[in-house]
Structure formats: C-alpha cells, structure tokens
Design a protein around this ligand. Structure first.
Ligand code: ADP
Ligand code: MG
Length: 290
C-alpha cells in the first residue's frame, strides 16, 4: 500500500528543510504551499461514525470528521472528552467499537500489528513528554528514526539531522542530553525526531501544555512552517484557543461524546451555539485583543 504513495525523497526533504527561514513567528513565513496543500481536496484522514466506550462509559459516539492533505485540524474540547482517545485510535493503540477510520482512503480499523506499524510510519505522534531517549544526545535522538529507516551514510545523516534541528530552532543544543533541555526545547526536539521518520501526517497532543506563551508561539510557528513548506497534514489537540486560532484550518469540537462542531475555524469562532460560546468564554487564554 505504501508503495503506491508519492514518496518524499531524502534529497527533496533536505532541500526543503534547508530552505526554511530560521525563526519566523506564525503568519510571518509565507512561502508558497506545495500544490497538494493548495488544492486541499484529497482526504488524508477520515473518521466516520466512530464510537468507543470503556466498560459502561461511552467516550465517543458516532464521531465523524476529516482532514485534507496539507491541512491542519485542531481538536478542541474540555478535559476528559476523548481528544487523546481519538488520536490513539488513529495510531491503532485503541480500536473503536464501531465506525470507520481511513488513512488516505484505506481502512485501518481491521489492520493487525504489522499493518498498523506501516501506518505509524505515515502518521506520527509527537508525545507530550517528548519521549526522548535519555541516554542519547539530541543529535542521536533525531538520527534514530533515520537510522531505523536504513540511512547509513553518515554525512547525509548529519546533514538531515542538522536541517531538522535548524527547522525547529534547536541547532544549538545538538550535543546536549535531553535532561538538560527546557520543556519547550525538548518538545521542539521531539518534533524534529518525529519528522525524521518522514511521516505524512503529524499528530500533536497538547503541545503547549506547561510551556510559557512565548514558547507556545514558537511551537505554533514551527507547526505552521511544517505545514506551509513541507506540506504536512496535522492534527493538533489543544485547549489553547489562541494557539488553535494561529494554526487551524478546521476545528473539531468534542462535547459530551459527540462531534458538537466540525467546520472551519471562522465558523467556529462566529458560532452562536450556546455550548461553543461558553467554551470560548471560559477559555483562560482568550484575552481581549489589544
Ligand atoms: N485506556 C483507557 N481505559 C479506560 N478509560 C480510558 C482509557 N483512556 C482514556 N480513558 C477515559 O476516556 C476519557 C477520555 O480521555 P482522554 O481522551 O484522555 O481525554 P482528553 O480529551 O482530556 O484528552 C477519560 O474519561 C479517560 O479517563
Ligand atoms: Mg488528552
């Protein structure tokens, strides 16, 4: 199945990442998006009527949404509503009780572990705690997925790692151990490592939790850049409305087990719906615009 996909070859990947501007803030880096991202027609991820419960407790019921190639979906909703569960189903760590989950048109719910491993090469999660290897330097952490993919040429490997670290603004910590990094830095490195596996879809679970607003803005800038210049499709779980506003093309708002809203960011922000208004009003980050 993977062979049928357009592959992002190493050379292009390196060139693209080398071209990136060093540290633009959201909206400041306006390089043209790849053609696939402009069309935005191709459905990359689709949930159809997905339900899952744990014991007696229904968590998600008949949840449907989709993300087109090159687009960013933000999943919003109160704590405990099932946002992380949705991502874990997409990674195959949890199986839905019913419904369909498709990656580029291919159903994944019936796949065995081997099939899921192939999907995880295309759909990568950036874990909140970074999940970096403690005993490896930042450089070796990022090199790890490249080595796993069979990259043996050390100079090419070095060049790719350098460009990934530059991309996320972590080039100056290449030789440090993860333990010496701040939370924001280790998340940036975790993003670089996730990208080293050259996925098509990147999932972020609460990337701005526990980091200050400046770092949050910087992480937002990184995610935005990956979308605009490398054409990644992203799903970002967040409760940080300001962060969501800077990134989202579309929004899935989960409430009481249901997809209470799925649509554009603009429609979400303008929605007269009572529950959405309350969610927006309660959001601690939603300060009045100066
Ligand atoms: N593996 C599991 N077994 C039982 N309950 C779970 C499991 N994973 C999540 N839950 C429950 O599902 C609900 C949704 O969790 P989660 O998706 O983590 O929420 P959030 O929207 O905050 O990410 C919570 O009530 C959580 O306790
Ligand atoms: Mg969660």
């Amino acid at each position: 199945m993977r062979d049928a996909l357009p592959q992002r070859d190493d050379e292009t990947f390196r060139e693209l990442s080398a071209d990136l501007c060093p540290d633009p803030l959201p909206g400041e880096c306006d390089a043209p998006a790849p053609a696939a991202a402009i069309d935005g027609q191709e459905e990359m991820i689709a949930f159809s009527k997905v339900s899952i419960s744990f014991g007696e407790k229904a968590i998600l019921e008949d949840v449907s949404f989709h993300v087109d190639r090159g687009r960013t979906l933000c999943i919003l909703g109160r704590s405990g509503v099932g946002k992380s569960v949705a991502l874990r189903m997409l990674m195959g760590f949890l199986k839905p009780d019913s419904g369909s989950i498709r990656v580029e048109g291919g159903e994944i719910t019936g796949l065995d572990e081997d099939g899921m491993q192939a999907i995880r090469k295309r759909v990568t999660m950036v874990f909140q705690n970074g999940a970096l290897f403690d005993s490896l330097s930042v450089r070796e952490n990022v090199a790890f997925p490249l080595r796993e993919r069979g990259e043996l040429d050390e100079s090419r490997l070095d060049a790719t790692v350098d460009s990934l670290l530059l991309l996320v603004g972590a080039e100056d910590v290449a030789d440090l151990l993860p333990a010496s990094l701040s939370t924001g830095r280790s998340r940036a490195v975790a993003i670089a490592r996730a990208l080293a596996s050259q996925p098509e879809v990147v999932l972020y679970d609460e990337p701005t939790t526990m980091v200050d607003p400046i770092i949050a803005r910087r992480l937002g800038g990184i995610i935005q850049r990956l979308k605009k210049q490398l054409g990644f499709t992203s799903i970002v779980v967040t409760h940080d409305m300001r962060f969501a506003e800077s990134l989202a093309d579309s929004v899935l708002f989960l409430h009481q087990g249901h997809a209470h809203f799925f649509g554009t960011l603009a429609d979400f922000l303008a929605s007269p719906d009572e529950v959405i208004r309350q969610f927006l009003a309660l959001d601690a980050y939603r300060l009045p615009k100066a």
